[in-house]
Design a protein around this ligand. Structure first.
Ligand SMILES: *Cc1c(COP(=O)(O)O)cnc(C)c1O
Length: 489
């Protein structure tokens, strides 16, 4: 029974089974010709549910053949050029090599005594990211499971700082004061801001929504006004969340102006760069993040615009000392007396993956510029897509892209909005069912729109043209069906 344990005795089995795993993926990907098969939910569910988990198969070969059937055959492939739906990237090979090491060695980055060099590699990468942001040596942070957790941690620290800042009555318990805390974020900010406010016990009204301009960027004057109104109402501004790359529109809030407003009013500035973080390494577009260095905290999702496998994210603070708000000591783990650097002192997690090694091997083989060139390529692609949409009589686009998303809809002249609201979700469903492409949908001012998210440097303008042709032809078919005269019997 012990032959399955990863150890020196079983190294040949390890080599053999790992190779089988890699071969299964490689052989399969070589045959993939589209982002998805369009398989129905019922079909996939029953195939998975039919498996008897109490009767193991004879060997890895059989198990991998079964995985092909229940998973690979109908997987959604982010590396396919016509996968254009969500913020999922194709991944770089060095990071996949790192995944093997991360899982096999299985370091846990909570304490030095469980990870040693792993902890130091993460610390170097946190420092590297902080320097790219423009923070000085006081900058510090930690890798997290994703932007959602990064935003939560940033706001947890901001809550601690606001409580200590003096606006709050020191005799008043945090739970009381927290009911008066307010977070400011644009209407296009990520829902994890709302979720964090809820988790942090701030109540359901804690997020004040700030309007955006025509390019979907936070209006800094409206922010100033909202801060004044909040204070006048006896409430306490706790943090401003500026989004550097909104999930739907890829727009970047005016970071310099927001930093001025935050500095004047003494409010914590968090930049949610989960999406736009890749610009930190962009050879041509780093300037789009100007002002990010004035933030108190920053979220960066490496598993979006650094082409890393899920999970890989970080939250970085301008002053690492602020991380004390998440520090707890356990005698068995990280006692106060410990002289070793223990990352658990800075993290919401305890046991934690060594995701940092993926970015490390990426930087050590490809280099940061190569990643940045990928980012530039997808932003260029979105620009080309915008030009196609702008010149198309049947299609409307909300705004020119800053990053790599396009929100658009099929609406030829004379088609009422209510009809467009029916047709556009239908287009999306039909395309998904066909398996030839995957696109997303969203709502703008309550109306149904479609969305292309471009994160694949291998996608070409011809791919976009083909997908838009598909949108148009399906759109016209659906319109014809809607307007077709009743059949006469
Ligand atoms: C994706 C995203 C998040 C959430 O990140 P996860 O890694 O999915 O948890 C937060 N903010 C923005 C702007 C995002 O685009």
């Amino acid at each position: 029974m012990r032959q399955h344990l990863f150890n020196a005795d079983n190294i040949e089995r390890y080599r053999d089974e790992m190779t089988r795993g890699v071969t299964a993926v490689a052989d399969h990907v070589a045959t993939v010709t589209g982002p998805w098969t369009g398989a129905g939910v019922a079909e996939v569910v029953s195939r998975v549910d039919d498996i008897d988990l109490d009767r193991p198969l004879a060997d890895m070969g059989q198990a991998l053949a079964e995985v092909k059937d229940v998973y690979l055959d109908d997987a959604v492939w982010f590396h396919e050029p016509r996968y254009l739906a969500h913020l999922n990237c194709p991944v770089v090979i060095p990071a996949l090599v790192a995944e093997v090491l991360v899982s096999s060695v299985n370091s846990s980055l909570d304490t030095w005594d469980q990870s040693a060099g792993g902890t130091q590699i993460e610390r170097r990468l946190v420092g590297w990211t902080a320097a790219r942001i423009g923070f000085d040596a006081a900058g510090d942070g930690v890798f997290t499971s994703g932007g959602t957790q990064s935003n939560l941690q940033a706001l947890l620290v901001a809550r601690g700082q606001a409580y200590l800042a003096g606006d709050a009555d020191p005799a008043e318990p945090l739970a009381h004061t927290a009911a008066r805390f307010r977070i400011f974020a644009s209407r296009d900010s990520h829902f994890s801001v709302q979720k964090s406010a809820n988790i942090l016990g701030l109540g359901m009204d804690a997020v004040v929504t700030i309007p955006t301009d025509g390019r979907r960027r936070m209006d800094p004057w409206a922010l100033e006004q909202a801060l004044r109104d909040t204070r006048a109402a006896g409430l306490i501004p706790m943090a401003v969340v500026a989004t550097a790359g909104t999930t739907d529109f890829g727009s970047i809030d005016p970071l310099e102006r927001i930093a001025d407003v935050c500095a004047e009013s003494g409010v914590w500035m968090h930049v949610d760069a989960a999406y736009g973080g890749g610009l930190l390494v962009s050879p041509r577009r780093r300037h789009l993040l100007a002002g990010i260095e004035r933030a108190d905290s920053v979220t960066v999702d490496f598993h979006k615009t650094f082409f890393q496998p899920v999970s890989s994210s970080a939250v970085i603070f301008r002053d690492g000392a602020d991380l004390r708000h998440v520090t707890y000591h356990a005698d068995y783990l990280n006692p106060r007396s410990s002289a070793q650097p223990n990352q658990v002192d800075k993290s919401l997690q305890t046991t934690r993956r060594f995701d940092a090694l993926k970015l490390w091997l990426t930087l050590r083989t490809m280099g940061a510029d190569a990643i940045g060139e990928y980012v530039d390529a997808v932003v260029d692609l979105a620009q080309a897509g915008y030009e196609l949409l702008r010149d198309d009589a049947d299609l409307e686009v909300v705004t020119a892209p800053t990053l790599s998303t396009l929100v658009f809809r099929f609406r030829p002249d004379g088609v009422p909005e209510s009809v467009a609201d029916e047709v556009n979700p239908g287009i999306r469903r039909t395309i998904a069912g066909s398996g030839s492409a995957v696109i997303a949908g969203t709502k703008v001012e309550g109306r149904s729109w479609l969305k292309l998210t471009m994160l694949n440097p291998a996608t070409t303008t011809d791919d976009l043209r083909a997908v838009l042709d598909l949108v148009r032809s399906i759109g016209h078919e659906l319109l014809d069906d809607l307007y077709a005269p009743e059949e006469v019997h």
